[in-house]
Design a protein around this ligand. Structure first.
Ligand SMILES: [Cu+2]
Length: 167
């Protein structure tokens, strides 16, 4: 009886935790069943146009011995710059590169943990298959401290994040 009660409480807590994360999710332009609340907006700027690229930055995803990381794990850009990221996956597992605020990424990581099949087709994210490369063009139109992260369950927690500082 006590055990049953504990399970009930856990389920209620889990349902509560999933609620706000889901709401924030559809707001970010996610495909989570087709609801949309107007044009997606992004914390870290806006999707970039290839013709306006002013800078190229290579970011490599690494893994091994229980640690996962991006190299470099900090980038500094000028407000207004359009960056073409070349994302290279040097590991044996698939990885992602998601640009956002630290709060968005943390909420998003929690959501991914409860629905691992979630697909990212957002312009602020790219998925990079093991051994492959991908590109992402982004205009840093807002100054602030942002984060790039891999939100595949377990990866964020294993250290797969970096700082994007826009001034
Ligand atoms: Cu990863």
């Amino acid at each position: 009886m006590v055990r049953l009660f504990q399970i009930f409480v856990l389920a209620a807590v889990a349902a509560f935790a999933a609620g706000p994360a889901r709401a924030q999710h559809s707001h970010g332009g996610h495909s989570d069943g087709g609801h949309s609340h107007g044009a997606p907006s992004f914390a870290a700027g806006e999707p970039g146009v290839a013709a306006k690229v002013t800078r190229r930055i290579e970011v490599v995803a690494h893994e091994g011995e229980g640690k996962m990381s991006f190299e470099p794990n900090r980038i500094a850009v000028q407000k207004g710059e359009t960056v073409e990221f070349t994302l290279r996956n040097a590991g044996q597992l698939d990885h992602e590169f998601v640009l956002g605020s630290a709060a968005e990424n943390a909420a998003h990581a929690a959501q991914m943990a409860s629905s691992p099949q979630m697909k990212h087709d957002d312009p602020n994210a790219a998925r990079i298959a093991a051994g492959q490369s991908a590109t992402l063009v982004w205009r840093f139109s807002i100054s602030g401290d942002f984060e790039f992260a891999c939100l595949i369950p377990g990866h964020y927690e294993a250290g797969m994040k970096g700082a994007a500082v826009v001034r």
